[in-house]
Write a protein that binds this ligand. Structure first.
Ligand code: KG4
Ligand code: ZN
Length: 340
């Protein structure tokens, strides 16, 4: 392997078509074509429409990423592609493009787990970051706390048993009549509100497990009750109250994991790690409980291919076996499970 291999990352798991070029530790380009505007009028991502738009975007996005990086396809040493978790039709577009390129260029292809990539995004901004550390995973599809014991060793030690935190943000936002994606809207409105409504965490299963579906239902029931009385909700207060509970539940699991493992480095990962209250809360908890907390820059919180390229680089460096050309997309792909 070259000392600083040039890796193309490809990401199409949901509604962002993205390609990035990484040379060693240096990110040369990260092109993201978002479909948010296309899906907004439906109030959420329509899988079939997402796949069709990935198809038209994928090759121009790859070409733009190579152009911006100033490299040719023949300079590439490897390709990394998200093969799961995500929308299967959307994933297939990236996987097919990656396989075709890897075959034509005769270079290795790495099958990247999307959640591991979200965690690995932190290595781009914090070169000093080294395992072991804990990762607070907060995305639209996955939520929990992972233990990272090596560059290629991830274990989920606390997970949601139903909805993901981002899904809860989006569903609550929809109930409030806010546009898709709801997370950033709730974040914005919550800044002017007071967390003065009691939306309690609904505990289910083991102490380390999380549940977001009950919390979402509690907010929806609160809104229905007001509606029946002919009253209007105070949107900023509802947002601040929901956000405080949703984030607090996850921050509590992180605190529990820090205490149980003695690991005092925590990173945030996934789209909801862009949330301002989540950042504030983890920072405050870190000061109180004695852990260091790292956040990816905003541009690397939501879906992007830079994180996929970083993950592929780590797999390549460790000698992980490249994927074969019969690689398929996997909609439900988890990180191995463990307990706190
Ligand atoms: O990681 P991501 O881009 O996609 C998945 O892997 O699922 O996460 C998308 C999620 C969406 O649910 C979106 O509403 C949420 O991240 N999100 C936020 C914020 N920015 C994005 N949630 C709360 N506050 C934000 N500022
Ligand atoms: Zn994601």
């Amino acid at each position: 392997m070259r000392e600083n291999p040039i890796i193309l990352g490809i990401e199409t798991s949901c509604d962002e078509t993205s390609a990035a070029v990484l040379r060693g530790d240096e990110l040369l380009s990260n092109v993201i074509s978002s479909q948010i505007e296309i899906h907004r009028r439906f109030g959420g991502v329509v899988p079939e429409i997402a796949s069709r738009n990935h198809l038209t975007a994928i090759l121009p996005v790859i070409d733009e990423a190579l152009d911006k990086a100033g490299v040719c396809k023949t300079d590439l040493d490897a390709i990394g592609v998200t093969y799961g978790a995500g929308l299967v039709g959307a994933l297939l577009v990236g996987v097919s493009a990656a396989k075709a390129l890897a075959y034509a260029l005769n270079i290795p292809l790495y099958a990247v787990n999307h959640i591991e990539a979200h965690i690995a995004a932190n290595y781009l901004s914090y070169p000093q970051l080294q395992p072991p550390f804990l990762a607070v995973v907060a995305s639209g599809g996955h939520t929990g706390v992972a233990r990272v014991d090596g560059r290629n060793d991830f274990t989920m030690i606390s997970s949601t048993t139903d909805d993901a935190i981002g899904e809860a943000f989006d569903k609550v936002a929809r109930a409030l009549g806010l546009p898709y994606p709801g997370g950033p809207e709730i974040d914005r409105l919550a800044r002017t509100g007071e967390a003065n409504i009691e939306f309690m965490e609904r505990k289910r299963g083991k102490a380390a497990e999380l549940s977001y579906s009950g919390l979402k239902t509690a907010v929806v029931n609160y809104l229905h009750n007001l509606e029946q009385k002919g009253e209007n909700p105070n949107l900023p207060d509802v947002c601040a109250s929901f956000q405080k509970t949703a984030v607090g539940m996850l921050a509590d699991r992180a605190a529990q994991a820090v205490k149980a493992t003695g690991i005092t480095t925590v990173v945030a990962a996934g789209g909801v790690s862009a949330n301002s209250y989540l950042r504030e809360r983890l920072k405050a908890d870190g000061e109180k409980l004695g852990y260091m907390v790292y956040f990816p820059p905003m541009s690397l919180c939501t879906d992007n291919a830079a994180m996929v390229a970083v993950r592929a680089r780590d797999m390549m460096a460790a000698g992980v076996k490249p994927a074969s050309l019969d690689l398929n997309a996997v909609s439900y792909l988890k990180i191995k499970g463990g307990s706190i």
